[in-house]
Design a protein around this ligand. Structure first.
Ligand code: ASP
Length: 438
């Protein structure tokens, strides 16, 4: 029988009622054998996530302020769940130990990781599953990067003998110390477990029914995306990040495992299904989604005959690299080269970047245009639908949007446009309604 790895986010496990929903979801399909929990999240608007409380307790301890009150709130969250579900585990003993460790000066990563650790203990007890501590098989390298192969070998071996397990998300070990992924990293843990288990599906249960085709704050009636490929999702990363941690895509993508984003509060919704390939004609809207982000600057370097000058592009990029910047996009013309960077990163090194580009390339002109938004219109169906670009640009012109930059990736999966921030929302709406009919 195939296996399904399920990851449940913080809001899916925020209190005893949510635990009960999780249990009934697992009982619906016996292939759901490995469960990766986050720490308890917010129960209502204005509530605190346990992870935030743990970071706060750590800070208070470091500043010598005392963390007793904060820790009492953390304790209450876990004890309430244990009591309401009538669990056998003595969670207070585990909480005592964590409190002692924080008082003894444990690291921020250790403190934060206890959110998932303690929730995992409760969930394993509630479900009757084996508890596996990721410190024993999720490994980080000395430089803090994730050691995927060592982890995969250790975890594959372990899962062979473990039929049903709860594996807390978010952390592993770096040598003898506990180390965490970046915030939201339980998504990554879930993907790692899915790969090691050779799962047929990675289900990521959260509090939304998958991705929408556009940001609902800009397009209030945005439709849900039912199918998307991993490559499209990557192109849509501006919008995906709030639903799924970007780094969680890699392990499952590489292992050929599809991901299904599901809603714990509406388990009947099919959610968004992410996989490698889809039939190209399954998408009636031509586009899969439109996503954008503000806060970019475009550095344009112009020089006549730049196209025949050896190493011109390399020298521009050298100036960018020397100043510790990475670039988002790089559209080029015959005599111009543009490099799109994040304005906040450029700000402290702006003068140096200009100086260095001038030194290295002796351009005719160099200009920096700030306050730009980049909008990615993405769709696997675009390749097979001639005229997509024409429709997109005429929709923008009808909406009086001034397009500052165009970049069509060679993947033909997306068309990127740069617009002034004042035109940003208008542009997204114009593109969306051009392609998606209500
Ligand atoms: N609990 C951690 C966080 O709040 C990790 C996660 O939930 O994925 O960032």
């Amino acid at each position: 029988m195939g296996k399904i790895v399920t990851k449940f986010g913080g809001s899916s496990l925020a209190d005893a009622k949510q635990f009960q929903k999780v249990k009934s979801i697992l009982e619906l399909d016996s292939r759901r054998c490995y469960v990766v929990p986050s720490a308890p999240g917010r129960r209502f608007d204005g509530d605190d996530k346990v992870t935030d409380l743990l970071y706060r307790a750590h800070r208070e301890q470091q500043n010598g302020q005392g963390f007793t009150a904060t820790f009492a709130r953390i304790r209450e969250r876990y004890c309430e769940i244990a009591k309401e579900l009538e669990l056998e585990i003595n969670i207070n003993e585990h909480l005592d130990e964590v409190q002692k460790d924080i008082a003894a000066g444990a690291s921020a990563d250790y403190c934060a990781s206890r959110g998932e650790y303690l929730n995992g203990l409760l969930l394993a007890d509630y479900l009757g599953f084996t508890f596996l501590d990721p410190k024993d098989f999720i490994f980080f390298n000395k430089d803090g990067t994730f050691n995927s192969e060592r982890t995969n070998d250790a975890l594959t071996a372990l899962l062979k003998y473990t039929k049903k397990a709860v594996i807390p998300g978010f952390y592993g070990s770096l040598e003898e110390e506990i180390h965490t992924f970046s915030r939201g990293g339980s998504d990554i843990s879930g993907a790692i477990v899915a790969r090691a288990a050779k799962a047929e599906m990675y289900e990521n249960w959260t509090d939304v029914s998958g991705f929408l085709m556009a940001d609902p704050r800009i397009v209030p009636d945005a439709k849900a995306i039912s199918n998307v490929t991993y490559r499209e999702l990557r192109e849509l990363s501006y919008m995906g990040a709030s639903v799924l941690h970007e780094d969680s895509v890699f392990p499952v993508h590489r292992a050929g495992i599809p991901t299904n984003i599901r809603n714990t509060n509406k388990p009947q919704d099919p959610g968004t299904y992410i996989s490698h390939t889809m039939p190209e004609d399954d998408n009636p809207d031509v586009i899969t989604g439109v996503a954008g982000k503000l806060g970019f600057s475009v550095i344009s370097v112009e020089k006549a005959m730049m196209n025949v000058e050896h190493g011109f592009g390399r020298r521009v990029l050298q100036a960018i690299e020397e100043n510790g910047l990475s670039f988002e996009h790089m559209p080029t013309g015959i005599d111009t080269m543009c490099v799109v960077v994040v304005t906040a990163d450029l700000e402290p090194v702006r003068e140096n970047v200009i100086k260095r580009i001038v030194e290295l390339t002796e351009p005719d002109t160099i200009t920096i245009h700030d306050d730009m938004g980049i909008i990615a219109t993405v769709g696997r169906g675009m390749v097979h639908n001639p005229g997509t670009a024409a429709r997109l640009f005429s929709a923008l012109s009808q909406a009086h949007v001034n397009v500052r930059m165009i970049d069509q990736g060679s993947s033909e999966l997306s068309i990127l446009v740069g617009v002034d921030s004042g035109d940003f929302q208008n542009a997204i709406r114009a593109i969306y309604y051009e392609f998606v009919k209500a």
